[in-house]
Design a protein. Structure first.
Length: 124
């Protein structure tokens, strides 16, 4: 019985690690060309054309009651961005503009996975 329980815990843990690794890779692939993801380098800073992921996570958390609402906001904003929905100050909008819709470039399920990943990096 103990062996079965241990095996179950190992499988569950490895599944979570794989999901996290997959989410990180997906975030880098789908978001990293505009948003700074992962380690900060001069090259990344030079090509950054949108706020870094951690700044997005911070702003969304400040404006959301819970993680579910935060994920829902990120999904909605990613697919249907507008100036009225933007959480950043005027200066950030002037620097980066409004994010173009990502419809057709990323699925809703992918956005949810990415949102959960970036929000977990800065836990509620």
């Amino acid at each position: 019985m103990k062996k079965l329980l241990s095996l179950s815990l190992i499988l569950a843990t490895s599944g979570l690690l794989f999901a996290s690794d997959g989410a990180e890779e997906l975030a880098n692939q789908k978001c990293g060309s505009c948003h700074l993801m992962g380690a900060i380098t001069k090259e990344k800073l030079d090509r950054m054309v949108a706020p870094p992921y951690w700044a997005i996570a911070k702003k969304v958390k400040q404006s959301s009651d819970d993680k579910e609402a935060a994920v829902k906001f990120i999904v909605d904003y990613t697919l249907n961005p507008t100036q009225e929905k933007t959480l950043f100050p005027k200066e950030t909008i002037e620097k980066f503009g409004i994010m173009p819709s990502q419809k057709g470039l990323v699925t809703e399920d992918e956005i949810k996975l990415i949102a959960e990943y970036i929000l977990e990096k800065k836990a509620f």
